[in-house]
Design a protein around this ligand. Sequence first.
Ligand SMILES: Cc1cc2nc3c(=O)[nH]c(=O)nc-3n(C[C@H](O)[C@H](O)[C@H](O)COP(=O)(O)OP(=O)(O)OC[C@H]3O[C@@H](n4cnc5c(N)ncnc54)[C@H](O)[C@@H]3O)c2cc1C
Length: 221
Amino acid sequence: MLKRKQKPLFPTKVVDNKEIAPGIFTLETEKKFDFIPGQVVAVALSAREEPRLYSIASGKQNEHIRLLFDINPDGLLTPRLSKLNPGGEILMSEPFGRFLGSEEPAWWIATGTGIAPFISMAESGFSNNKTLLHGARKPSDFWFSDLFVQNLKTNYHRFATRESGPGIMDGRLSHWLNMQTNLPNNIKYYLCGNANMVIEVRDILVSKGIPFENVIAEIYF
Ligand SMILES: Cc1cc2nc3c(=O)[nH]c(=O)nc-3n(C[C@H](O)[C@H](O)[C@H](O)COP(=O)(O)OP(=O)(O)OC[C@H]3O[C@@H](n4cnc5c(N)ncnc54)[C@H](O)[C@@H]3O)c2cc1C
């Protein structure tokens, strides 16, 4: 099998690591490089292992880099990442990737930890003229919702599939999207999350006349 060319990794100090909900962590590190909101970094704990990718989930002016991750209990990296303490060290690449936020009008669509790049975009001041569709299982899974309520106001739409809550619509965001008749077709749609969601939403958007090139996708695997 052809191995991906590995990006150089740099020793990077951990400054904070918090469990913000069961199994969900924000890991903050020193910031060695500037980045464009939406970009990812490769992370590993030793040079011998294949790095995993994480979206940067902090504003471009912030002093530190924040990552948002959930524990994969059988995973190689995330159980160990969750145990890091301030002062510990990880290996991190320079930021890279083409999922790039901007100040142009756009729709942001995310499920699960796929909200991470939109946290970076919102904290970087890109919330004007944005609509966010945010899907999760239950009301307590909308991490960083205060940030989006404050910045996007009525353009922030939450969808929960398992439990209801105030201000949250029941069901999948894809069902709601399917019922819309007048989606703007001259703006970009940024999709981030698991492959099933991204592929389903992209198909819906294209079936409603959104040009394929206006759909920008970041698939987490
Ligand atoms: C562009 C992108 C951005 C992402 N951003 C985030 C994010 O912001 N937050 C988040 O929680 N997750 C994110 N992910 C998922 C993340 O990279 C990891 O897959 C996840 O954290 C689980 O890692 P793990 O090592 O614990 O689990 P593992 O099950 O060990 O690995 C998970 C994935 O890593 C890959 N992998 C496993 N073994 C190998 C190997 N030997 N060689 C190469 N690859 C291997 C496979 O794709 C596997 O499905 C992102 C993924 C991508 C592609």
